[in-house]
Design a protein around this ligand. Structure first.
Ligand code: AMP
Length: 215
């Protein structure tokens, strides 16, 4: 099964992708995570991407398309994957179609997580991840069961993203509406776009997504 989780920054794509990964055995492919790893490792791609990411702008299509094209050829993607944060432009969506048809596979669903803009800044500014396994948490909505200890791996180091601040969030939202929202009609025309109400609790959103995947 190949799924796209779609929505603005802070909609809950990463949180839901991690749930689907655990429950359905699909691999989460987050271009944001891959780019942050490339920045940390100071690779050629990472150095090119860093400035754009810090400014809340999109990284060039060539870079992210190249990263995804390589990643989906790896063995762990054979049973399917969840795309989280890709595609973010119509050119990326077109490139993805080409990659999938070359591989003889097709998208099963594009799920748009709909969230009011007013909720996004709070969601983004409160979120953090385990520094070891990247499990996601939030200051108020999703705390670890034991304070200061990651539920998933027992790690005790946590980190916040450099671009999760109010000023950059505004820019990321502008980019979303200018460049990413226009991808929605592309999938609507194909008849594979579905919506879930992302203002509900994490469990409720997960149940809405599970119902779509089971249909
Ligand atoms: P995310 O973790 O999905 O919020 O992505 C963090 C940042 O990485 C974005 O603000 C962009 O700068 C960059 N990025 C992630 N995915 C993409 C993509 N598909 N296309 C372009 N830039 C991306």
């Amino acid at each position: 099964m190949i799924i796209i989780l779609f929505g603005p920054p802070g909609a809950g794509k990463g949180t839901q992708a991690q749930r689907i990964e655990k429950e359905n055995g699909l691999v989460q492919l987050s271009t944001g995570d891959m780019l942050r790893a490339a920045v940390a490792a100071k690779t050629h791609y990472g150095q090119k991407a860093q400035e754009k990411m810090q400014a809340g702008q999109l990284v060039s299509d060539d870079i992210v398309i190249g990263i995804i094209a390589d990643r989906i050829k790896e063995d762990d993607c054979k049973n399917g994957f969840i795309l989280d944060g890709f595609p973010r432009t119509v050119a990326q969506a077109e490139a993805l179609d080409e990659m999938l048809s070359e591989g003889g596979v097709a998208l099963d669903a594009v799920i748009e997580i709909q969230v009011d803009d007013s909720a996004l800044v709070d969601r983004i500014s409160g979120r953090y991840t385990c520094a070891n396994c990247l499990e996601g948490y939030h200051d108020t909505n999703l705390k670890p069961k034991v304070d200061g200890v990651c539920d998933a791996c027992g790690g005790t180091e946590f980190k916040r993203r450099a671009d999760d601040n109010a000023e950059t969030v505004e820019k990321r939202l502008k980019e979303y509406y200018a460049q990413t929202a226009p991808v929605l009609p592309y999938y609507a025309k194909k008849g594979i776009l579905q919506q879930v109400d992302g203002m509900k609790s994490i469990d409720d959103v997960a149940a809405q997504i599970a119902a779509i995947l089971a249909a």
